[in-house]
Design a binder for this molecule. Structure first.
Ligand SMILES: [Zn+2]
Length: 148
């Protein structure tokens, strides 16, 4: 249920573990051992300390709730982490990745990042536009809430 949220949190740069194969109690143990906040929709964990119960099923509402409770600079941190495996990305020279990307992607982009763990390559363009579009929407709603 929170797979989409976890991908978005990683795209915003938050260090996010997601594992649908382990149950809530086991995940809580991992979270506490590693000093993490557990995000859940499981009502049974609602009153546990260091758990943030998410009120909504929608990832955008969930992101707003998380950013209201645990604010961080999403503009500064966005696109610094692999959305697939959570590993911090490293910038790579475009010539290094040239043979591994479509020619039109190479031609249209100056900067590339690579995940040292899963080797996925990231670049700007529409992906970046979409992420910053989302950030602007979320930030706008946050400021509206603060104004009220
Ligand atoms: Zn990766």
């Amino acid at each position: 249920m929170l797979a989409r949220l976890s991908r978005w949190l990683r795209m915003l740069g938050a260090d996010t573990i997601f594992d649908a194969s382990i149950d809530g109690a086991a995940m809580l143990k991992v979270a506490r051992a590693e000093g993490r906040v557990m995000l859940t929709r499981d009502k049974r964990l609602k009153t546990a300390p260091d758990v943030l119960f998410l009120d909504s099923n929608h990832f955008r509402e969930q992101l707003r709730q998380i950013l209201a409770r645990y604010p961080f600079d999403v503009i500064e941190n966005a696109l610094s982490r692999c959305s697939r495996c959570n590993t911090p990305l490293i910038e790579v020279d475009r010539e290094v990745v040239r043979r591994r990307i479509p020619p039109f992607v190479y031609a249209a982009n100056e900067t590339f990042s690579e995940c040292p763990q899963c080797a996925h390559i990231y670049w700007g363009g529409t992906h970046r536009e979409r992420i910053f579009g989302e950030i602007r929407k979320i930030a706008l709603d946050l400021s509206q809430k603060i104004d009220k």
